[in-house]
Structure formats: structure tokens, C-alpha cells
Design a binder for this molecule. Structure first.
Ligand SMILES: *[C@@H]1O[C@H](CO)[C@@H](O)[C@H](O)[C@H]1NC(C)=O
Ligand SMILES: *[C@@H]1O[C@H](CO)[C@@H](O)[C@H](O)[C@H]1NC(C)=O
Length: 358
């Protein structure tokens, strides 16, 4: 008995030493060759800065106040976004630059860029209002990225990089908010939200297949957040004398959409040989933050740190700003704070890392 216990302890210690050595090595070696990002403002690191007509831009203070140099880079938050934090956890780089940035170095190109655009969606109609780059156009940007990549590292190496790249896709919220809930332009065509969800998911499927055809293999596709708890949605349904609370029906819709997406992704994966396509759950972690704010050090989950929560006061240089940004789940009336993105990156990392062994 005693002997086997001793052996167990020794084995345990050996494992510990081995895994801490592995951790040390990992800090110097990237876990994937590159990271590629697609979607909307939840992951746009500044593409909209280069779109003259885009209606959503965050290249002004107080956005970015917690970035090094307090740089308002075009990220819709006080600091790094989810995708930057993931890039850092993968030891690829600290910030993922927007592809539209004109002076991208070869090193930035080789380690991956961002194609996302704030105000974008799977439904092309979403960008009529926002003038963002539609999701449907982002594979075209990937094509010109690949051309540039091939020019730097050659044809064969370029395809190795694309095949091995971690791909993060995050969109969908704008489709529902801008075409269904706040501006009901799609409700005539799709009287039932379930039918509109199916339409959006068809578009998502087409998009994922296009990425695959261009060489992407390891993809993480985000579900919807609890949309009814976004400060802007709470404000939109606010009536006198009633305290701020989440719109239950919109959350219920998000749960249904996420269930469909969780069924769809394995089916897409099965139809695309060599692909690994994972669902990224943002709904449950965010709902946990709303239900148990103290666990996360949050004092406020229903109003953004910046602005008052309405559409007319999104967040600008004149807006009221909270004093401790980490006490707020949302930085403005739509977008999570750095604290929230940090928790989301932490909670999704174990799942995401399954892409590494695929
Ligand atoms: C490239 O442009 C960005 C944005 O204008 C700037 O912040 C950055 O310092 C520039 N980088 C280089 C290497 O010139
Ligand atoms: C800000 O809030 C965070 C989260 O609640 C807390 O950990 C931190 O101590 C606060 N900072 C200050 C200066 O009060």
C-alpha cells in the first residue's frame, strides 16, 4: 500500500515537473502559426477606421483607455478584445491588427489579421444601416490576404499557415437587433423569429464553407449573447417606473438560435473533410455574470461604463465615464468591458484549445 502510494506521489511530481517545463516552453513558441478573425464589433480591432461611410467607429476616446498608450484603436471596449486575448494565450501576438490598416508589416501578415467590421452581420441587409463590411464580403478580403501571404512566404508555406490558423468567427447579434427587434425590417418576410434564425444560419453555413474552400480548417464559431440583457436592448423597452431588466423573449430567442447552431456546426464539420469546427458559448458565461455579478467583481451589469445606455448616447468623448472600468460588465451600451472579455477568453480557452490538436 505504502509503496504504491509513494510511487503515485513520485509519478505525480514527475508529471508536475514535466508539465511546468512544457508551460515554460510554450511561452516562447506560438501554439498555432496564425490567427484569423471574422465578424462584427465584438471582434473588430479597427477595420471600420478605414471605411469612410461606416456608422460605427470607436477611434476616439474614451475607447481604448486601458490599452497601452491609451490608444483609441477602433476596438469597441476599454482595452483588448476577446480575440486579442486569445491570440496572446496562443503566444501568437498581443494585438491582432485590422487587415485594412495600410502599413501592415510582413510579420503581422504572417501571424494573422482581422477582417471583422463593426455593425456587420450574416444578413446582407444588416449593413444597409451600418455601412459595415458584410460577413459575405470578408472571404474576399481573406483571398487578397492569402495573395499577399503567398508573396511573403511562398505558395506552399502560405497554405500551411492558413490550414493551421486558428479562425475565430463572431457575429449574429446585429442581424437580430437591426433587422428584427429595434428596426423590424425583416419581420414581414419572416413573421416568426425562428424562420429568420434559419435564414441567418443558412448564411452562416455558406460563409463557413467559403472559409473552408479558401483553406481554413480550425474554426471557432460564436453563438449569440443574452441579447435581451444588452444595455441598449434594456433601454429600448424601458417604461416609466419600471426598473431596468433583461428582455426575456430576446434571450429565449438567443437560446433557441444557439441550440440550432450547436446542431448545425457538427453537420458542417462532417461535410468538410479535415475540418474542426467548434461552437463558442458566450451565452452561459455572460448569463452567469449577470446572475452572479459579485463573483466577477462587477457592481453594474445593466448599464455601460461609458454613456447612458441609449442609442443616441452610445459612448463618445463627452459621455459620462465610470471610475472603475472593471466593475462594469459592459463598457458601452452594447459592448463588453475588458474584464468581461478576459473572463470569456478564460472560460472558452479549454474548448478552443481542442482546435490545436485537430
Ligand atoms: C501603422 O499605422 C498605425 C495606425 O495609423 C500606427 O498606429 C502604427 O504605429 C503604424 N505602424 C508602423 C510600423 O508604422
Ligand atoms: C476596481 O474593481 C475591481 C473589480 O471589482 C477590483 O478588483 C479593483 O480592486 C477595483 N480597483 C479600485 C482602484 O478600486
Amino acid at each position: 500500500m505504502a509503496t504504491s502510494k509513494t510511487i503515485a506521489v513520485i509519478l505525480f511530481l514527475t508529471t508536475l515537473v514535466a508539465s511546468s517545463n512544457a508551460a515554460k516552453k510554450a511561452t516562447t513558441r506560438p501554439l498555432a502559426p496564425a490567427i484569423l478573425i471574422f465578424g462584427d464589433s465584438s471582434v473588430d480591432t479597427g477595420n471600420n477606421n478605414y471605411l469612410p461611410d461606416a456608422n460605427f467607429k470607436s477611434n476616439h476616446i474614451p475607447y481604448g483607455v486601458d490599452l497601452p498608450g491609451k490608444a483609441a484603436s477602433g476596438r469597441f471596449s476599454n482595452g483588448k478584445l476577446y480575440c486579442d486575448i486569445i491570440a496572446s494565450k496562443l503566444h501568437i501576438k498581443e494585438l491582432v491588427p485590422p487587415f485594412l490598416q495600410p502599413n501592415l508589416s510582413d510579420t503581422e501578415i504572417v501571424t494573422g489579421v482581422n477582417f471583422a467590421s463593426a455593425g456587420s452581420g450574416y444578413d446582407d441587409q444588416t449593413v444597409l444601416l451600418t455601412k459595415a463590411i458584410p460577413i459575405a464580403y470578408q472571404p474576399t478580403m481573406l483571398k487578397s490576404y492569402i495573395t499577399r501571404l503567398k508573396g511573403i512566404v511562398g505558395e506552399k508555406k502560405a497554405m500551411e499557415i492558413i490550414n493551421g490558423a486558428i479562425v475565430i468567427v463572431s457575429a449574429g447579434t446585429n442581424d437580430f437587433i437591426l433587422n428584427y427587434y429595434d428596426f423590424p425590417s425583416r419581420t414581414q418576410e419572416y413573421p416568426k423569429v425562428s424562420d429568420y434564425q434559419n435564414f441567418v444560419l443558412k448564411r452562416l453555413e455558406k460563409f463557413v464553407k467559403e472559409l473552408y474552400n479558401l483553406g481554413c480548417r480550425k474554426m471557432s464559431v460564436g453563438g449569440l449573447s443574452p441579447m435581451g440583457c444588452l444595455p441598449i436592448q434594456i433601454t429600448s423597452k424601458l417604461s416609466r417606473g419600471i426598473s431596468r431588466r433583461c428582455i426575456k423573449s430576446e434571450n429565449k430567442d438567443a437560446v433557441l438560435y444557439n441550440r440550432k447552431l450547436q446542431k448545425l456546426l457538427p453537420a458542417i464539420e462532417a461535410s468538410l473533410p479535415g475540418s474542426k469546427i467548434l461552437y463558442a458559448n458566450v451565452y452561459d458565461p455572460m448569463m452567469d455574470m449577470i446572475k452572479h455579478p459579485a463573483k466577477y467583481g462587477f457592481k453594474e451589469t445593466k448599464i455601460g461604463c461609458c454613456g447612458t445606455g441609449g442609442l443616441s448616447d452610445m459612448c463618445n468623448s463627452g459621455s459620462k465615464l465610470c471610475s472603475n472600468h472593471s466593475e462594469y460588465m459592459f463598457f458601452d451600451s452594447i459592448h463588453p468591458s475588458l474584464a468581461t472579455y478576459t473572463y470569456l477568453a478564460g472560460s472558452s480557452y479549454a474548448t478552443l484549445s481542442k482546435l490545436l490538436d485537430a
